[in-house]
Design a protein around this ligand. Structure first.
Ligand code: DGL
Length: 266
């Protein structure tokens, strides 16, 4: 039994969806969250830069003696998961493999669409994960860089958002995919417009629930599960603008967040 916290990081607020799931599925676990708001967004940056950010984010969390790190950012997972897995002394779980598992399980037609940031799509990480799990899957990938800003603004159901969604998603709908992987932490907020473009039949998957099941499995396998009561022990850090994080984060989760602290070292 191990009462040390789990570390979770993202480029900003998006990883809170994973924290939500951890609180639901693993209520005895304590979380230390780091949102790298000063350097957000990661999605348009180079692999080298994102890898260095991810290394520093992990170092920050290790300062809290975390027992496992969740890379709750698709771009950071795509660019840096292998590096972190090789260099960190605690287990590291990313969001892409669990997200791909969920998509393959959901698809009957084996035509799967993936949307994400430029970094995530350019890395080919989802495409590789999906076809490794099931080589008969056809993958249609599309970067949707403007979606992150729309989600941050709370433009979840505006006419302008719908127009942009058509630009990005019409080719995927025309390709007759049956599952669309929301391969970016922010995209679940845009489900209203994504749903309107893709139609009622399309299955939209994201990785929060699946990645948390993976975290539970890794904790069990390594005998790292907590027997404590985590309800009040969570801490939230950002590298800039804690109040804005709290505001966007509360919109994101649809509920109140505790105090958000400014990280003094990153
Ligand atoms: N967290 C990022 C991701 O999941 C989206 C925001 C960003 O570009 O930093 O890819």
């Amino acid at each position: 039994m191990d009462r040390r916290p789990i570390g979770v990081f993202d480029s900003g607020v998006g990883g809170l969806t994973v924290v939500n799931e951890i609180q639901r599925q693993l209520p005895k676990e304590r979380v230390v969250y780091f949102g790298d708001t000063a350097r957000f967004p990661y999605g348009s940056k180079s692999v080298e830069t994102v890898t260095e950010f991810a290394r520093q984010d992990s170092q920050f969390l290790l300062g809290f003696d975390v027992k496992l790190i969740v890379v709750a950012c698709n771009t950071a997972t795509a660019c840096a998961l292998d590096y972190l897995g090789e260099h960190l002394t605690v287990p590291v779980v990313g969001v892409i493999e669990p997200g791909a598992v969920a998509a393959v399980r959901a698809s009957r037609k084996k035509f799967v669409g993936v949307i994400g940031t430029q970094g995530t799509i350019a890395s080919g990480a989802y495409q590789r994960a999906l076809t490794r799990i099931d080589p008969s899957i056809s993958v249609f990938a599309q970067a949707c860089p403007l979606f992150v800003s729309l989600a941050e603004e709370g433009w979840t159901d505006r006419a302008a958002s719908l127009l942009i969604a058509h630009e990005y998603l019409d080719p995927l709908r025309e390709a007759m995919i049956d599952v669309l992987v929301l391969g970016c932490t922010h995209y679940p907020l845009l489900i209203p417009v994504i749903r309107r473009v893709m139609g009622p039949e399309a299955i939209l998957t994201d990785s929060a629930a699946e990645v948390t099941r993976e975290v539970g499995r890794v904790l069990r396998e390594n005998e790292l599960e907590s027997d404590g009561n985590a309800v009040s022990g969570h801490r939230f850090f950002v590298s800039d603008a804690p109040l804005k994080f709290r505001e966007v984060g509360e919109r994101f989760l649809g509920r109140a967040l505790p105090t958000v602290e400014l990280a003094t070292a990153g």
